[in-house]
Design a protein around this ligand. Structure first.
Ligand code: AMP
Ligand code: MN
Ligand code: MN
Ligand code: MN
Length: 282
């Protein structure tokens, strides 16, 4: 795969900082990226671009190319889908207004999640989660607090037992429409990418319908190489990319150095035949 004679550039186009549910500040994230040999790094926090300025500064010092990004929470046919925006101009007012609305919805949802925990005898969970968040409040902060309290052994168990859809303390919400998310990203001069596509529990028929909607709205790419994909899933996504004429992206979805399966800068090479989303970037 690839030409071994060419120096390969390490792209990581999906990562999180303390501006959302990552545990490293933008500067710490960039230092780790440098240590791990990342050449091009996108910061894609959930519904916030607050980490961009600090990350831009730190990458300039570290000699890493910075790609300002975003990961937008979208509801498509009542399903939660994440759309990554790459190369977005964070000054674009319509995108910022949309993101601010999503953060307001998150705050409301968090209060409701807190009420659910209160009802099962844990009245301190909202305040606990709140105290762990320095930026956008996420279900991850609830999970981290439950781990800290010793209620569950790890973050995954917190989701499995309480926080994921269908579980006791899950609260649904209507996030951005696919149309709005793409229009914000495009208005901000960016490219839209379907995040961790293998994680959505959709039939192939439904997933293809989703991709067709995404493509019809001008969506550009799909994550083919990402930490939550095994080789078979990456190959499957590469196939969808080619079938639908989508560009392929690569990102670790890094959140924490303690997470063993999503390491910053550690993503597989794109399978043969993919057109990388960075092709054509100047
Ligand atoms: P939210 O955006 O607040 O709904 O929270 C979603 C975030 O929680 C995702 O971005 C992941 O970081 C994390 N997450 C979701 N599901 C799981 C899971 N099953 N195990 C661990 N983390 C999860
Ligand atoms: Mn997250
Ligand atoms: Mn995501
Ligand atoms: Mn992510």
């Amino acid at each position: 795969m690839g030409n071994k004679a060419l120096p390969s550039i390490c792209y990581d186009l999906h990562s999180h900082s303390t501006a959302s549910d990552g545990v490293l500040s933008p500067t710490e994230l960039v230092l780790l990226a440098a240590e791990n040999g990342v050449d091009v790094l996108a910061l894609t926090d959930h519904d916030s671009t607050d980490g961009h300025a600090e990350a831009a500064q730190a990458t300039a010092v570290a000699g890493i190319r910075f790609i300002p990004g975003i990961e937008i929470s979208v509801s498509w046919r009542k399903r939660l889908i994440h759309i990554v925006g790459l190369k977005v101009n964070s000054d674009y007012a319509e995108m910022q207004a949309g993101l601010a609305e999503l953060r307001t919805k998150r705050e409301r949802r968090a209060v409701e999640i807190g009420v659910k925990f209160e009802k099962i005898g844990m009245p301190d969970v909202y305040d606990g989660a709140r105290s762990l968040a320095s930026g956008v409040l996420s279900r991850s902060h609830f999970a981290m607090y439950l781990v800290e309290k010793g209620v569950v052994k790890d973050v995954q168990q917190a989701f499995k037992k309480y926080l994921q859809q269908g579980k006791r303390c899950y609260v649904g919400a209507e996030w951005a429409s696919l149309e709005d998310a793409l229009s914000w990203i495009h208005g901000a001069g960016g490219q839209a990418v379907v995040a961790h596509p293998a994680r959505y529990k959709m039939s192939r028929t439904l997933f293809r319908e989703f991709l067709k909607d995404f493509k019809a709205l001008g969506g550009e790419g799909i994550e083919v190489a990402c930490s939550s994909h095994n080789l078979a899933e990456a190959t499957l996504m590469a196939g969808y990319a080619q079938e639908l004429g989508l560009l392929a992206s690569a990102g670790s979805d890094f959140h924490s150095p303690h997470n063993s399966w999503a390491k910053l800068g550690r993503v597989h090479a794109l399978p043969e035949g993919c057109t990388p989303i960075w092709q054509g970037w100047d």
